[in-house]
Design a protein around this ligand. Structure first.
Ligand code: ADP
Length: 503
């Protein structure tokens, strides 16, 4: 617990918001104060953007392999501070400590991966039409990048954006997730993450932090010197950011909602499926972008699978995630809890049967909700279509493989999906026909690795992808370069016939 004010990091200095205003970050398991946080306004955002703009002049000219060495130091320091940062994360947003460690590990992996990119950042050459002429396409930095992130992966998600943006030669203003009021979310851990970059030797102004609410993010979107916005959060906010940024001609990467499903066919390995579904539906208290909220199950295997899932849900131990024996933490805040509670009424009004859970879990303090299974859910119901973002799994019975694929693909979102089957032909047909950005075979819907593209189709995104090589597309511009060493004017598309045979 820090209890000292979390400040902004602007131009290499830790500074309070200019207005002097603050809000509180609290622990969702205990409702105790984690730290007071600076509540930034447009003047703080604009100062941070100016610092980033100034730092860009040198950072873009720093050789990429040197930039990569700083990222390797980030990886080393994060490894050293992994436990400390993970504990702060659990206190601030509630995920169990083993998952918080995994969250930091993703940033470590990404720092090594993007550090290596410092010696790649591959462009290409191609043959050209004229003699004595050379052509190449290179990736160029863009300038100041604005990052707006949510609270559910407070280190991993910012790392997916920061590390590719930095290795490409850009500078950053980072606005981490929180909600005000009441503001229980993750700015304190974001500040500790930024401190790692400063301690690793990143020059002043290259990475700036401004903490605050929606208005702070909005000021970042509206600042004309910010050329790219990379956003992860709700669909509603993401689309509003998208339209504002589009009006200013900015490039935007969006990672938004999901309604992920696991399909289980009659021939599946039942024990494996039950374990994976439990992990995917109730891990991070159902608050992952890739959390499974729909189980699409073939009729034959359904009774046994449901029985196994109810049993597993009952065995989950709710509590403070710092206790190593706890397997499910609280929801992030009162607002998130209220939303899940409201969906219980929606489920009842839709005639859904609650097999297990369905109520708040009373642990004295904190925003706990019981792991919940809905049965008798039909394709098209609200609980089947809308993102609840809590430990709630809707079970939809289907007759056939074709019906399962149809149900999976019939939502407004398209992040991830999974199928459990021992039939290799069914698995490959699923890879072909599932229309999500990520597809798993015999694995839950969570477990993406940083070297592959991450993102979704339909309402989940706008066609961009994070992670992997594709992450570089968000943070670079292509520059095509033609070098003519003929010593005379050669006119492309015009002179080609004339010069055949000449040299
Ligand atoms: P979540 O449901 O994950 O909290 P939000 O979409 O509300 O998702 O928030 C994601 C991020 O977007 C947070 O950092 C939040 O402060 C920020 N944000 C909220 N409203 C706006 C806005 N109008 N413009 C820019 N950023 C915003």
């Amino acid at each position: 617990m820090t209890n000292t004010l979390v400040k902004n990091f602007i131009g290499g200095e830790w500074v309070a918001a200019r207005s002097g205003e603050t809000f509180e970050s609290t622990n969702p398991a205990t409702e105790e104060l984690v730290a007071p946080i600076s509540k930034s306004g447009a003047e703080d955002v604009n100062a941070a953007v100016q610092a980033a703009k100034d730092a860009y002049k040198n950072w873009r000219l720093t050789p990429a392999p040197r930039r990569g060495e700083i990222l390797y130091r980030v990886a080393h320091l994060l490894t050293e501070r992994k436990e400390e940062i993970a504990r702060l994360m659990t206190q601030e947003m509630g995920k169990v400590i083993s998952e918080a460690r995994g969250d930091v590990q993703e940033a470590i992996d990404m720092a090594y991966y993007m550090g290596g990119e410092g010696r790649r950042l591959m462009g290409y050459t191609a043959p050209v039409e004229m003699p004595n002429k050379f052509g190449m396409a290179i990736r160029d930095s863009v300038g100041v990048i604005g990052l707006i992130t949510p609270w559910n992966f407070p280190v991993a998600v910012p790392s997916w954006k920061m590390l590719p943006a930095l290795i490409s030669g850009n500078t950053i203003v980072f606005k981490p997730g929180e909600d005000t009021p009441p503001g229980e979310d993750t700015p304190a851990v974001a500040a500790e993450f930024v401190r790692v970059f400063a301690d690793a030797g990143l020059p002043a102004g290259v990475l700036n932090l401004v903490t605050g609410a929606g208005e702070t993010g909005s000021a970042l979107v509206e600042n004309r010197d910010v050329r790219v916005i990379s956003f992860t959060g709700s669909t509603q906010t993401g689309l509003s950011v998208y339209s504002k940024a589009a009006a200013l001609g900015k490039k935007v990467t969006l990672e938004m909602g999901g309604k992920n499903a696991i399909i289980v066919l009659d021939d599946a390995n039942l024990d494996l499926a039950a374990e994976a579904i439990t992990w995917s539906a109730f891990g991070t208290t159902g608050q992952r972008c890739t959390a499974t909220s729909r189980l699409i199950v073939q009729k034959g295997i359904k009774p046994k699978l449901i029985e196994a899932l109810v049993e597993k849900a009952k065995l989950l131990k709710l509590g403070n995630g710092l206790d190593e024996s706890v397997t499910m933490g609280p929801l992030v805040n009162q607002k998130a809890l209220d939303k899940v509670v409201r969906y219980m009424d929606v489920a009842k009004s839709e005639g859904v049967k609650i097999l297990v859970g369905g109520e708040r879990a009373d642990l004295g303090k904190g925003y706990f909700f019981q792991p919940t299974l809905f049965d008798g859910v039909k394709q098209g119901m609200r609980v089947e279509q809308e993102e609840i973002f809590g430990p709630v799994l809707s079970v939809i019975e289907v007759e056939s493989f074709e019906e399962a694929i149809h149900v999976n693909n019939s939502t407004a979102y398209g992040l991830s999906s999974s199928i459990f089957t021992e039939n290799v032909n069914a698995a490959f047909r699923a890879i072909r026909d599932l229309t999500t950005g990520i597809v798993y075979i015999n694995h839950g819907t969570t477990g993406a690795e940083i070297q592959f593209p991450f993102g979704g189709t339909r309402g989940t995104g706008n066609g961009m992808r994070e992670a992997g090589q594709t992450a570089l597309d968000s943070f670079t511009e292509w520059k095509s370069v033609y070098v003519d060493f003929s010593g005379r004017l050669q006119r492309a598309q015009i002179d080609t016939d004339k010069i055949l045979g000449e040299n």
